[in-house]
Structure formats: structure tokens, C-alpha cells
Write a protein that binds this ligand. Structure first.
Ligand SMILES: Cc1cc2nc3c(=O)[nH]c(=O)nc-3n(C[C@H](O)[C@H](O)[C@H](O)COP(=O)(O)O)c2cc1C
Length: 172
């Protein structure tokens, strides 16, 4: 479940996108991904303070929905800690002059040769920190769907402050 989908409301329709799951803290039920603070999703999350996550693992035949209160960390200590753990090459997108989703004349118009060839120093990559954000959801609800030969199974779990409050089976 390295790649997950996160969904936010945009008007009357859900907007989804794939992100890389960066960290899971089982005790506190906190999950994290990294993003560009200039992206549309950041504004969506700040508006509602909520996020819905969807993950699927074919080997485990399991789909998970998670949702809960969500904060965007930008330039704080947690953000700095995640930034310090990033690799030099993964900082490239944060060095671009514009955030994601802006109109372009053609697909190559935005390619900077130095960035394309990773020709920047670790020191120069520090500039990207101003655009780097960490999104943290504290899951208070999880839904598990398991595809099973004798009939699919579905269950729901509620948490408060990371502690399981209730769990029940649902019709699949
Ligand atoms: C395999 C893959 C991994 C991605 N990982 C991330 C990620 O970790 N964080 C992120 O913000 N966008 C990631 N993206 C890009 C997003 O799917 C999305 O296009 C981008 O963040 C802009 O979304 P928004 O305009 O809805 O904010 C990834 C895309 C793909 C295809």
C-alpha cells in the first residue's frame, strides 16, 4: 500500500489523486504524505480540516478507507523533520517556480535542464523547503473490505485519540 488515493470535496464532486504513503504511526493512528503547499489539495484540506484516504492491496485482497481530522504542516518542526529525511533527488518538484496544475503552452515548456538532470546541490535543494508540506490525518474511522471466496467481508472501526472505540461487521 505504498501508493494511496486521497480525496477532497470540490463543489459537488470528489477530487482524488494518488500520493505516496510516507509514514504510519499505529499507536496514534496518524498517517502522512508529502505535498507541495501550492497544490489544490492543500487548500481543500485547509477548508474542511478533513481527508479521506483509499488504499488497496491485491495480495491481501483488502481495501481500506480511512478518514479523520487533517492538518497541513508547513515550515513547522514536523515538516522540517520530514524534509530532513527526504533525498536530494526527491526535492526536485519543490524547486519548480510554480505549483502543480497551472496551464502550460506545451509539455516541455516547463523543463529546466539543471533540474531535469538533477544538477543541483543538496544545499541548493534547501530552497524547496518553502514549498514542502506534510499532510497528517489522525484516523477516527476505518473501513475494511475483504474479497473472499465464500462471500466478501466488510467491517467498520471507530477510534478516538488512537484508541479503538467500536467495531462492527457491515454487509459487503
Ligand atoms: C505514482 C504517483 C505518486 C504521486 N505521489 C504524490 C505525492 O506523494 N504527493 C503529491 O502531492 N502528489 C503526488 N502525485 C501527484 C498527484 O497525484 C497529483 O496529480 C498532484 O499532487 C496534484 O494534485 P492536486 O492538484 O489535486 O492537488 C503522485 C502521482 C503519481 C502518479
Amino acid at each position: 500500500m505504498h501508493l494511496v488515493v486521497v480525496g477532497t470535496p470540490q463543489g459537488s464532486i470528489a477530487r482524488m489523486r494518488t500520493v505516496v504513503l510516507r509514514r504510519v504511526d499505529i499507536d496514534t493512528k496518524k498517517i502522512y504524505f508529502h505535498t507541495d503547499v501550492r497544490s489544490a489539495k492543500t487548500a481543500d484540506i485547509e477548508k474542511t480540516g478533513l481527508l479521506r484516504w483509499l488504499a488497496y492491496d491485491g495480495l491481501q485482497r483488502s481495501q481500506l478507507f480511512l478518514c479523520g481530522k487533517t492538518v497541513v504542516h508547513h515550515t513547522d518542526a514536523l515538516c522540517r523533520q520530514h524534509w530532513s529525511d527526504t533525498q536530494h533527488f526527491s526535492r526536485r518538484c519543490y524547486l519548480l517556480p510554480e505549483g502543480p496544475g497551472r496551464p502550460l503552452e506545451d509539455s516541455d515548456a516547463y523543463i529546466d535542464e539543471a533540474l531535469a538532470g538533477f544538477q543541483y546541490s543538496l544545499e541548493a535543494s534547501e530552497k524547496g523547503f518553502e514549498h514542502f508540506a506534510v499532510v497528517e490525518t489522525t484516523a477516527d474511522r476505518m473501513e475494511w473490505y475483504y474479497t473472499f471466496g465464500r462471500g466478501n467481508k466488510r467491517a467498520e472501526f471507530h477510534y478516538e485519540h488512537g484508541i479503538l472505540q467500536s467495531a462492527c461487521w457491515l454487509t459487503p
